[in-house]
Design a protein around this ligand. Structure first.
Ligand SMILES: [Zn+2]
Ligand SMILES: [Zn+2]
Length: 136
């Protein structure tokens, strides 16, 4: 059994475990889970495989500002709501706005659009303790 075969199995396990989670784990978190099935796997290997899966469009990369990258195996149309306090990512139904690849940004900016990202930034129920926002 060669190196390539081993890599393929690792990638499959990573993809399977990510698919079981709706928590948008970081590479660290996923590493802890995948290690139960492949005890000898390294964090670097998990990270490399996640990058490969993201590059090939098999998983989604979730960038939360100032925090670690998170990963999502759910490729259906949805928007991410990100908590600024704990970094939790929650799925919201809805399709992100579509964009014509190659279309230009604001006139004169010289900015060529590739894609758009829509994220909802806020504070999750756990972090605001379920209190009403306007207490006067
Ligand atoms: Zn939170
Ligand atoms: Zn998601």
């Amino acid at each position: 059994m060669g190196e390539n075969h081993r890599m393929t199995r690792q990638r499959r396990v990573i993809l399977e475990e990510l698919g079981h989670l709706s928590t948008h784990p970081t590479a660290d978190e996923l590493y802890g889970i995948v290690r139960r099935r492949i005890p000898k796997i390294s964090l670097g290997t998990v990270y490399r495989n996640l990058e490969m899966l993201a590059a090939s469009g098999e998983i989604r990369l979730v960038r939360t500002s100032g925090r670690q990258m998170r990963f999502d195996a759910d490729l259906s149309d949805h928007i991410h709501a990100i908590c600024v306090r704990c970094g939790k990512v929650i799925d919201m139904p809805g399709a992100p706005p579509s964009v014509q690849p190659g279309s230009m940004g604001p006139a004169g900016s010289g900015f060529r659009q590739i894609a758009t990202r829509t994220e909802i930034i806020g504070v999750c129920a756990d972090c605001h303790g379920g209190e009403a926002e306007c207490e006067g």
